[in-house]
Design a protein around this ligand. Sequence first.
Ligand code: UDP
Length: 263
Amino acid sequence: MSSPKDLGFPTRSIDVLGVRVDDVTMSEALAICQSCLRSDQSHRVVTPNAEFVMAARRDPEFRQTLNESTLAIPDGAGLLLAGRILGMPLREQVTGTDLANQLCGMAASEGYRVFLLGAAPGVAATAANRLVDRHHGLIIAGTYAGSPDPAADDETRRILNAAGRIDLILVAYGAQKQEFWIARNQAALKIPLAVGVGGALDFFAGRVPRAPVWLRRAGFDWLFRLAVQPWRWRRQLALPRFVATVAVEAARRRLLLQETKRP
Ligand code: UDP
């Protein structure tokens, strides 16, 4: 599976510097995920933002892993800005954290079993307790910090196999590591839906505060994260670089268009 269209959804996608981003709203993303959960194949959801795109430019394997996902939600506000600059606006920002939370709500009402993998030891278990409080009836099949190192895959798979049926796995190993973990392990585990969720378990566990909604809506989530996790400054340099690269790409596309229109 490599796009929502393969599941019969007429989703429009845009190309942001070589990375596919699906123009979905939250309710459309949930409908696609539900279809994944009901299918007998393995599907992954990726959550691109500016950092993902800049990393994918350096790493073709990561780019391919992103582009071969079933669903690529517009997680970062930078992507919405990029869509506008490139003349292909996206309708809504859909963050991985919000999607993961809503998926837990869906799992609670429909009986899907959820596994939380990754984050620092103890965080996934606390996140599980908080999610069960929030979504009455949610079944957590298990939690495990583990490691994204391929050498740890056998042990992690043993733990996951012992957890019984898993319908949805939320993998919190941060960008790249979590997508590669999912690509290496999901099919063998026969888990219908895997989502790489970055820092979502830290948010659910209350370990890291999340930016208020108004700040997120204004596109300044990154500023809040910088304030609470100042060590992120180096990673966040990707954001101005991303905007500059998108602006150059937009100018290049306009120039090409003018040349093709010239008699
Ligand atoms: N993480 C982990 N093992 C690792 C690297 C990261 O469990 O080797 C976890 C980390 O504890 C955090 C999450 O992965 O819970 C990544 O969070 P971050 O906020 O950096 O996510 P991103 O910004 O990449 O979405």
